[in-house]
Design a protein around this ligand. Structure first.
Ligand code: 5CA
Length: 450
């Protein structure tokens, strides 16, 4: 993309409405625009990151054997009357009447609808296990939408639902989701810690939230500091293996880590004092096992091996896709702007032309831009007629992890500068070497998608 032809309305001033750094930087970098309280347009830069995050989510869901589909945003109230949640859900549910005076709602989650799909089409235990998911907009009429996309009213969620014959099978599905979520968040450059939590309106008493530690997080968390040493890394897990998934769950959940909803002071105090941590975290996902809470009242049964019909065991599993942009920025920024992890960056590398209009500098930038594209990169070429300082400030604000600076002085020696946004360090390389270096840097990111 050439910046001169792009749409990236960066703001010079700090927006007054933003209380936390991710909200401020998303507005300043021209990623989002508020349309109403807690409702945002995703401008091109924000939309790019949203899609990268969504793509990682899809890839990791496929790896775990989960099946993608798409359900509508509007749902019939009748379905929710069957589960009893139409009345229970309260004011967070946006209720709508159509022209025939039928009650609809903008879905805050999809347990009822997926259960309805299941009961219409699945009849036998032989069709299990089954996990279906979608990535779709949700609406929750939050009393205090705030912090930009972190607590929106309309937000993008990945929500998945498992259907199993027995409790044991459903617990394997739970563990499988935990493993796949660890891998998903690490690909986004995040450490998200699974913590025992509360079922809330979704239900079930077996549930973990995934929390990214950040001062601005809305949840208070209590944990054993040893847990922050755990990395999922590039392990090769067989998602069908009950033992392997169980082992990962045990490794990542055996140390104390809880949100304030389930915090137990006596248990916490058994951790050696120097390892006790009280901090704040951003909830970027939650997994639930809730047994037959929806299948029983809604009649989602299968014929079991003995010929008897039994309600299926279910769980649901959510990732806050749009919230993740805020969480990643909270975890990765400095006073100049965002620092995108390579896995989610909107563009892999920025090219800064120090002397726009100078024939040889322009043509070196053009050649580099074309070469990067032909090698599978998404470069952002700042070809605007601006001062170098302004170009650098923009690059720092939007946070591309790598920048190549091209100017006449370096070019005289066939050199450009490759700079890391994270530590500011630069190396002088020939344009070909810079491309080769970027290939090495991004190889693990491209490999992780395989
Ligand atoms: N049906 C279940 C799992 S699929 C469910 O709805 N779970 S949830 O309520 O925990 O939501 C899943 C994730 O969506 C949360 O972990 C959080 O990251 C994100 N989320 C929830 N509310 C909001 C909100 N108001 N704004 C942005 N993201 C949100």
């Amino acid at each position: 993309m050439r910046l001169s032809r792009y749409f990236m309305p960066v703001l010079k001033e700090d927006p007054k409405e933003a209380q936390i750094v991710s909200h401020r930087l998303m507005l300043r970098a021209g990623m989002i625009k508020q349309q109403a309280a807690g409702i945002y347009s995703w401008l091109p830069m924000g939309y790019r990151v949203l899609r990268r995050i969504e793509q990682i989510v899809h890839e990791e869901q496929a790896r775990a054997g989960h099946i993608a589909m798409l359900m509508p945003t509007l749902q019939s109230a009748d379905l929710w009357r069957e589960s009893g949640r139409y009345d229970d859900y309260g004011e967070e549910m946006l209720r709508i009447k159509d022209r025939h005076k039928r009650d609809l709602l903008y879905g805050p989650t999809n347990e009822e609808m997926i259960t309805d799909i299941f009961r219409a089409h699945v009849n036998s235990y032989k069709d299990l296990p089954l996990t279906l998911y979608h990535v779709q907009w949700k609406f929750r009429d939050e009393i205090r939408p705030r912090f930009g996309v972190m607590r929106g009213r309309e937000f993008l969620m990945k929500d998945g639902y498992n259907f199993d014959l027995t409790r044991e099978d459903a617990l394997h599905a739970y563990n499988r989701h935990l493993v796949s979520y660890l891998r998903t968040y690490e690909r986004m450059g995040l450490q998200a810690i699974p913590m025992r939590a509360d079922g809330g309106p979704i239900g079930g008493d077996y549930t973990h939230e995934f929390l990214v530690l950040a001062e601005t997080g809305e949840s208070e968390v209590f944990y054993d500091s040893e847990i922050t040493d755990l990395k999922f890394g590039s392990r090769d897990i067989d998602y069908d293996s009950v033992e392997q998934c169980q082992a990962v769950l045990e490794e990542f959940t055996s140390r104390y880590a809880r949100t304030d909803e389930t915090h137990d002071e006596a248990l916490f105090n058994q951790i050696p004092a120097e390892r006790r941590r009280v901090a704040r975290g951003i909830e970027v996902g939650q997994i639930f096992y809730f047994g037959t809470k929806y299948s029983e009242p809604m009649g989602a049964t299968v014929v079991g091996p003995d010929g008897q019909r039994v309600p299926v065991h279910m769980g649901s599993h959510g990732i806050g896709v749009s919230r993740l942009l805020g969480a990643i920025i909270e975890a990765s920024h400095d006073d100049k702007g965002i620092i995108w992890p390579e896995g989610v960056t909107p563009f892999h590398v920025g090219i800064v032309n120090l002397k726009q209009g100078d024939a040889s500098t322009d043509s070196a930038c053009e050649a580099l831009y074309k070469e990067l594209k032909s090698q599978g990169f998404d470069p952002l070429y700042d070809d605007r007629d601006e001062r170098a300082g302004a170009k650098f400030a923009t690059m720092d604000l939007i946070g591309l992890p790598w920048r190549i600076t091209v100017g006449p002085r370096g070019l005289a020696a066939n050199k450009v500068e490759l700079t890391s946004r994270r530590n500011g360090q630069s190396v002088e390389l020939s344009p070909q070497e810079a491309v080769a270096r970027l290939k090495e840097i991004y190889q693990p990111v491209f490999d992780a998608a395989k």
